[in-house]
Design a protein around this ligand. Sequence first.
Ligand code: CP
Ligand code: NVA
Length: 310
Amino acid sequence: MRTMKGRDLLTLSDYTKEELEKILQLSLSMKHDVKCGNYTRPYLSGKSVILLFQKPSTRTRLSFDVGVHQLGGHPIYLNWNDLQLGRGETIADTARTFDAYADGIVARVFKHTDLEIMAENARAPVINALSDLAHPCQALGDCLTIIEKKGKIEGTNVVFVGDGNNNVCRSLAEAVLKLGGNMTIASPNKYQISQSYADYIKKGAAKGSSLTLMEDPKAAVKDADVIYTDVWVSMGQEAEKEERMVAFRPYQVNSELLSNAPSDVIVMHCLPAHRGLEITDEVIDGKNSVVWDQAENRLHAQKGIMALLI
Ligand code: CP
Ligand code: NVA
């Protein structure tokens, strides 16, 4: 296995099944340590990690901040608009400057290509904390949750209901396929995962995994082990709000949809949730929901990622 030290994590595509499993294994063991009261493993001792955010965040920002701290490092939160970036300094020059001081760069951006520019100009690993294209750290945390709740990803039926072409769905599909699961995406045709991205992630898929695209959410959840949803309007898509609200209305994850799924299905949402839109109170607060474990696992998964990459 190639060393992961120094590598960027912009999407999951540069990582093999074995590498993803290694990250998940380390994350699980670090979670176990935390549960036993042992918070710190000094993987990042003496190191500084920049957390650069161009969009709002609650979970990602906090879990990276706490994660760096628990690994013995120093997290530095930076808001994009507070930097000279906001006044026009280039991303390349900013990345070179970051490189002069810090050992790792975690960044949430609007345009995925901005992450690529950062990665080209910094030797320090660049970790995607969400872009318009992908949310790989979310997907790894989610895989941790699926493994904990369902025992494994291999052969597990994961059904995403909603905006099939968004960052969270793309990275989840990529992870599930790579780890040998079955991914179904129920989405209106107009918002279904793009054919080009579907073809791209199928190339990295494990033997025995499958990707099924469909429109009907009820038929999609029939054999689901996991039902997953996310917002209908992602950050940066606000101008499309009216049209999206109409298109996704039949894709709400509610009790009626759940009645079509096996009774032990788990319900996941990356959060933040718009209660009453993509998911009802009854479901997100109900017995099938694992959203709080899922949010917690962001911390453990990202510690695994940082320990191996930085
Ligand atoms: N799921 C997620 O990335 O949440 P935040 O936007 O709060 O970071
Ligand atoms: N798809 C959502 C995820 C938020 C964590 C967005 O990009 O806004």
